[in-house]
Design a protein around this ligand. Sequence first.
Ligand code: HEM
Length: 568
Amino acid sequence: MCSRLIIQTSKNSSLKCLERLISNHHQVRSKSVSVASDSKIEEVSEAKETAPPPEVDVNKYIHSNLMLEKNETKPQESSLSFDAIPGPRSLFLISKFWNSIPKLDSNRVIVSFIQNFLSGANFFHNILCWGGNKQFFNKFFRVYGPVVRLHGAFHSDVVLLSRPEHACNIFQHSNPYPIRSCLECIEKYRLDHKNYEQAGLFFTCGTDWKILRDTVSQPLLNGADMYYQRINDICNLFVQRVITNRNKLEEVGDNFDTELYRWYLESLFMITLRTRTGFLDNPQKKETDATAFLSALEATLRTIGKCEYGFHIWKFVETTSWKVLVKNCDAMDTILNEYVDRAVQSMQDKKDQDAAPFLQALIANQKISRSDIITILMDMVLIGTATTTHTIALLLFHLSKNTRCQKKLREEIGRFKDNVSSSDIEQMSYLHACIKEVLRISPPVPILSRVLTSDVKIMDYMIPKDTRILFASHLNSHRDEHFEEANKFKPERWMSSNADEYNIFATMPFGHGPKSCLAKEFAENQIAVLIFKICRKFHIEYDYGDIQSSHELLASPTKPLKFRFIDL
Ligand code: HEM
């Protein structure tokens, strides 16, 4: 599996810069680059080649009822070439020009630079990845059909897909170590700026990724189970803040999204580090670690969008956005290190073997370094905050517009005592249906991305290994062919006896397969407890029109969350 690429350069360029150029030359993020001093550049696969990947039964990721086209499951037979896939002709012509350059120009470093800077498909990939624009995707599919190819310079093409059967085919052909390619600015921050050995769970692949993932998943759930009482307390604190912050009309201000961030971070650090961090402390007069962390996080989430869209100029020049990103990530990194130090110290002082199972599991694993612990926690902050709070905001909105659903949910919730346990939450089937439904209508991560690890045949087209795939899964949520009255908020659909017949590839809010969201259960549980507490206490209204999902890089609600929380 080791791919080797030797590139000669006559220029005496900076090694660091070359590393970047070469690693950017390829989309496959699993590889690292080492630079030889004799001006030869070698790319070597970082994956531990000696350890073959374990056999994985791909069928377990595929829904039993799923209808596959016969020719897509069989070994590849006759097929149309990759070049036959339709796509914008202008990109095709531009790519023809750029693809001819290596033959004319011996200086491939410059070529590599230009590739990254001007690659048409990279540009589109950056815009579309993680969300892009719904109309943009729809237009491509309307004009070119269900399989669209965006030609890129130097063969860096992107294929756009959306149909569930195509997703099934992609995931079925994925190997046990899938690769995704996005959020490159965070990857660069960690590898180049912080000089960490690994970029973190979200970015790594191969056996390194498997070690991180296996170490983290179960202890995260154990931590949540162990600290249920404290999760209750943190939600109660949040409800208390709502009561304090409401105006005379019982309406919260337009900083309610930040309030949700506070709640999420307080819960996350309680569960992972067994530490109270003070995000919900009142009043927040002076600057504390919590307030500094929160403003750095908000700035980071804003800046990630600026860095990721369009051309990635920051790969070569320190742009303003890049500097802002570094400053704020550094600030979070410093505070996170302090939190971890405190948690470790407290574990040692108390000699409490059961404390912080999450942190203990990480520390106990010799293969996990201190920087891995930081990147794991940081991924949970960066990915978990936006997705979890987005889901809660959109669910509150749908409940406010569907008073029948709100009433039904309250009836279910009323059957349980206020201090809720994990088994109570498990029994609340309508609450779970509401969460599933809001994730179907407005998935916080609307686009899934993969880099193909083998050739895959979609319809009659053969798509080669290493091609980037963007899968616009959110489009299916709004198609009546997959969900009756698809645009309506109908939690009941998930409780009917027919619910099993929905195609699992028609809605994938947590992604799919081995690299799907590692915190699905954790997130659903956190959301459930907070919604439980809110609906127990308040009737919810919203007077400012329709809140939708922004479909940006990390989706956010399109309107201020000025809910009315009316005492029951
Ligand atoms: C409603 C809440 C959430 C949604 C909808 C969501 C969705 C997703 C999606 C779509 C992916 C990419 C999956 C793929 O490519 O197949 C992902 C990955 C990931 N999510 Fe979540 N997520 C949520 C909450 C969280 C939370 C709370 C955490 C952390 C505590 C988290 C941690 C991660 C991590 C670490 C990954 C990368 C996993 C890997 O590469 O192995 N997510 N999430």
